[in-house]
Structure formats: C-alpha cells, structure tokens
Design a protein around this ligand. Structure first.
Ligand SMILES: NC(=O)c1ccc[n+]([C@@H]2O[C@H](COP(=O)([O-])OP(=O)(O)OC[C@H]3O[C@@H](n4cnc5c(N)ncnc54)[C@H](O)[C@@H]3O)[C@@H](O)[C@H]2O)c1
Length: 316
C-alpha cells in the first residue's frame, strides 16, 4: 500500500460506497470523510473502519468535523450535493450544486494545495467548470468522473445484447454527462473487433439509446436518488491510475484547450491519467457525425455555463 490520503466530501450514497471500496481494498493509507451532516461522516467512518477489520487492509478512515482536519489530501473526491429524483434531469441540479461546489472548493483549497480534485456532483461538466472558476487549482488537477461510468454502462448493454457475460469489451463515451453524451461506436470493440462486425445496426442504435438513458433508468427504479455502485467503482479506476502514475486512458471531464476546436469549456474526452491528474488530452479522429454530436453536447454544457456566469459569477 502507498502512503496516500484520499479525501471524500459528501458521504452519501456515492461517497460512502467509494470510501468502503477504497478502504476494504487497501488502495490508500488514509481516507478523510467530510459531510455537511457531521453525524453521517462519523457513522460512515466507524462502520467502514469496522468493515476493514474483516479484511487484510490497513486503511485508516477518519471523519473530519472541521475544515482544519481535512488536510494534506493527495486526491479529493467531491460528491457533495443533491442527486436527481424521477422526472428530474441532471441540469435541474445546476444552481443548488454549484453553490455547494463553490463552498466546498473554498473549504478545501487552503489546506490541500497539491491535491487533485475529482468532481462527481452533477451536472458534472458544469460542476467541473464551477470548481475551476471558483479556485486557483490548475486545469490538469480538476477533473470530473462520468465518461468512465457512461463507458461502463455501454459495455454492460453490449454484453447484455450478446448474452456473454465475460467477453472482452472496450468502449468510449465522450461529450457531456447528459442526454447529449457521444458513445463512440468506431472506438468501441468486442474482443478486438468493431461493433458493426458483430452486432446489427439496430442493436447498436439500441445500445446507444440505453447508454444515454442508463442513469435515468436507475433513478426511475430507485425513486429516491441515483446510481452509486457503478459511479463509485468508475472513480476507483481513475484514483488508482493517478496514485500509481499509470498514464492509462479514461474518458474524463476536463477543460478543453483547443481540442476538437473548443476552448474554455469542460467536456468529457479521453485523457491519460497520472500523478499530475490529466497528463494529456487524447483527441480522437472521430467521424463527421460524431463531431456534430459532440458540438451539440458542447452547446448543452455552454448553456449551463451561461446560466452560471449570469446567476452565480455575475458576468453579463
Ligand atoms: N458524475 C456521475 O457520473 C454521477 C453519478 C452518480 C451521482 N452523481 C452525482 O453525485 C452527487 C451525489 O450523489 P449521491 O447519490 O451520493 O447523493 P446523496 O444525497 O446520497 O449524497 C450527497 C451528500 O452530500 C452531502 N452534502 C450536501 N451539501 C454538502 C456540503 N456543502 N458539504 C459537504 N457535504 C454536503 C449530503 O449531506 C449528502 O450526504 C449528486 O449530485 C449526483 O447527481 C454523479
């Protein structure tokens, strides 16, 4: 085990599941938990610490009741905020969660100057923009988790269609984390073969549709919140790549600097993750159709950013 500290702000469904998985798998030496509800962070620290006793992990889990104790984190995951309920889109959470993300960034920046920040709160791309805009962290150190989750969902729907659970599937989903996400059919493979060599075009359209609605399907069934096991697990891969400096490729939300012709806007794209966070943005040679879809997705994120600029950052 490395000597690394992961901080988690917001110890609800996603935050607690993430903490439990990190701790029981010995992925870091310390986990600091913080929530606006102190009793919840204390309860989760106790419960997860007691679970760790049944494993060979040495991870220590601590609840931080004040800002000064939440310090010297290598990575901070922000899941603070409200989650959507049936008939809500992720965008409906915009202003509430933006205010929460701004207050959290203010709380953490002084005592965690070198941390890499992974945002999970929705609407994801707009929250990464908010975190960057309201802090002095460099763009490579503030990123969002969503593309890895959307890719996992696409892989699941491919496996479901094939009926083989253990087939080697690779998928990539870029664009914003919302209805306009862009599943990349040409960059997805089943055992090294392109999707259209194995699946009919009707099946591929169905998989794309299900991927886009994958989160909504779970929200509808849960009725009181949104998915958390797959979101937490998708974050673990990103954390391990950063801690172990692997430079592995993940679809993550990051500030674009000219990639795909866009600047100063956050979107999900393939990136290489390492000890500096986003080490490199990988620009794929996507088709004209996918470029159009990506542009639509950027437009959706830009609409949210415009609302934030007007209502939160007070810029005309
Ligand atoms: N990016 C993704 O792919 C993805 C996936 C799932 C969920 N989400 C988003 O993650 C967020 C969390 O989801 P959840 O299911 O864990 O919700 P949840 O309601 O179970 O947990 C949210 C937690 O945040 C805490 N909180 C609220 N304001 C806070 C503040 N100012 N400081 C510290 N803690 C605060 C709450 O007390 C609560 O414990 C939601 O916005 C949800 O939409 C994103």
């Amino acid at each position: 085990m490395n000597n690394k500290t992961i901080g988690i702000i917001g110890v609800g469904n996603v935050g607690a599941t993430l903490a439990f998985t990190l701790a029981t798998n010995n992925i870091c030496s310390n986990i600091l938990l913080k929530d606006i509800r102190n009793n919840i962070s204390q309860a989760m620290a106790l419960d997860i610490s007691q679970a760790v006793q049944g494993t060979s992990s040495n991870t220590k889990v601590t609840a931080c009741l004040n800002n000064e104790d939440f310090k010297e984190c290598d990575i901070i995951v922000i899941t603070a905020g409200i989650a959507r309920k049936p008939n809500m889109s992720r965008d409906d959470l915009l202003l509430t969660n933006a205010k929460i993300v701004i207050s959290v960034m203010n709380e953490i920046s002084k005592n965690n100057p070198n941390a890499i920040i992974i945002i999970i709160s929705n609407p994801l791309d707009a929250m990464v923009y908010t975190a960057l805009k309201s802090s002095n962290y460099p763009a490579n150190k503030v990123l969002g988790m969503a593309g890895t989750l959307d890719s996992a969902r696409m892989s699941y729907f491919i496996a479901e269609k094939l009926g083989f659970p253990n087939v080697n599937i690779k998928t990539s989903v870029i664009g914003g984390h919302g209805d306009s996400m862009v599943p990349l059919v040409d960059f997805s493979t089943i055992d090294g073969k392109k999707l259209n060599e194995i699946l009919s075009s009707e099946d591929i359209v169905d998989i794309i549709d299900k991927t886009k609605n994958g989160g909504g399907q779970i929200v509808k069934l849960l009725e009181t919140g949104s998915a958390y096991y797959a979101p937490a697990y998708s974050t673990i891969g990103m954390i391990e790549a950063i801690l172990n400096d692997t430079k592995e490729c993940f679809a993550c939300a990051t500030l674009l600097n000219g990639e795909y012709g866009h600047k100063n806007i956050v979107s999900g794209v393939d990136v290489l993750l390492g000890k500096n966070g986003v080490e490199k943005i990988v620009e794929l040679d996507i088709s004209n159709f996918e470029k159009e879809q990506f542009q639509k997705s950027i437009n959706n994120v830009q609409e949210l950013v415009d609302v934030l600029e007007e209502k939160i950052f007070n810029k005309k």
